[in-house]
Design a protein around this ligand. Structure first.
Ligand SMILES: Nc1ncnc2c1ncn2[C@@H]1O[C@H](COP(=O)(O)OP(=O)(O)O)[C@@H](O)[C@H]1O
Ligand SMILES: [Mg+2]
Length: 151
């Protein structure tokens, strides 16, 4: 592990990555999931249609799961996808009005066991996110999507 220098699909390189198609965005999620440690929170940030859910489908593939199971948990707020290399938990904060509602969701409990936690609209409640959260920012650039990571 000492010399390991994961690339995460180049998402953290300056300028991020430009993805010209849904397939490329999904492939980036896959590359990311293949290298990510087992206890990771991701805040997926950017407007509707920017590719956040598409990226989570890629995470699923990278963890050995069927991407067809993945849809935005816009109304259910959380979807769990067990059975992969690491459990995948998918949140969507879009419909939440206050941070207090996270308690009802059991959000704190989900932070206690190793998983990849992908949170669409995580930037709505930055104070609720664990300190080591990775921020992945999505923007729409004509037909493409720009995807940038920071820690
Ligand atoms: N490069 C791209 N990456 C991802 N999605 C794209 C791309 N280009 C076009 N799209 C379209 O944009 C939409 C992205 O949807 P989705 O992943 O659900 O976004 P979000 O979860 O951010 O609201 C899909 O309809 C997809 O077909
Ligand atoms: Mg979505």
């Amino acid at each position: 592990m000492a010399n390991r220098n994961p690339n995460f699909g180049g998402i953290f390189e300056s300028g991020g990555r430009l993805c010209a198609s849904e397939e490329e965005t999904q492939a980036l999620g896959r590359a990311f999931a293949e290298e990510v440690p087992a206890d990771t929170t991701l805040s997926l940030e950017g407007p509707l249609g920017a590719g956040k859910t598409c990226f989570v489908r890629g995470l699923a593939v990278g963890l050995g799961l069927d991407p067809a199971m993945v849809s935005s948990p816009t109304f259910t707020l959380v979807h769990e996808y067990p059975g992969g290399r690491i459990p995948l938990v998918h949140f969507d904060f879009y419909r939440l009005d206050s941070e207090n509602e996270l308690t009802g969701l059991g959000f704190e409990d989900y932070l206690q066991s190793p998983a990849i936690r992908a949170i669409e609209w995580g930037d709505k409640f930055p104070g609720a996110l664990p300190p080591q959260t990775w921020r992945i920012r999505f923007s729409i650039e004509s037909g493409s999507r720009k995807i940038r990571g920071t820690r």
